[in-house]
Design a protein around this ligand. Sequence first.
Ligand code: ADP
Ligand code: MG
Length: 244
Amino acid sequence: MRGPLIQLERLERTYTLPGIEVRALRGVSLRIDRGEFVAIMGPSGSGKSTMMSILGCLDAPTAGRFLLDGIDVSRIDEDGLADLRNRKIGVVFQSFNLVPRTSALANVELPLGYAGIPRKRRREMAESALTAVGMLGHARHLPSELSGGQQQRVAIARAFVTNPSLILADEPTGALDSRSGDEVLRIFEALNQRGRTVIMITHEPPVAARADRTVQIADGQVVADERTAVAGDRGSNLGARKRR
Ligand code: ADP
Ligand code: MG
């Protein structure tokens, strides 16, 4: 099951605006293997969200290649991409993006409906995902009746309920207090320990330190790519929870 899940080859993304071209990604090459937990860091405007949109198959590069599971994503048609997004990729945003006026349970069931899973099975799977994030007791609550941390846990349940191999998260703890943020990080760690590949954008070094590896982006390019120090290395205690 090892081997590359993601290969970016000299990836570029240029936004063309009236009178100006913004080169958001300027030749990013990167390989991420199945089962990795990678943090993406970099200053505001460096291209992190652009890269995440491409990894999530929501946007396409203007040059270079993106292979997902060995497949060149640019060769897949719109229907194929929608299917791929639904089956293989779960996405989590800073602002949760739950559907308002719809219960936590219905939010988590949503991607299962798109996947054509029968109603009864949908309910079971959504309840099991809510249980995994400690939110089954709030299944009937609306997003507006939940705290930020609780909404994010529901959003994560929605992201993994289809059992995707890749979880993408763009600043998932950015809007949370440190305790709720920690709960969210523990869920990502648990998902990763059960084999999911997790890629998380953050600009907080202690959050990045929870990942196995940190890729630094600046000005649309990869400027550093390092393994996280584990407990014992350089006397760091960052890796204390990383005993595997
Ligand atoms: P980050 O997530 O690291 O803050 P982004 O990927 O959002 O960076 O943005 C990278 C660059 O691309 C910035 O200069 C930003 O203004 C520009 N950009 C992002 N999205 C768009 C867009 N839809 N249209 C035009 N420019 C964009
Ligand atoms: Mg961003």
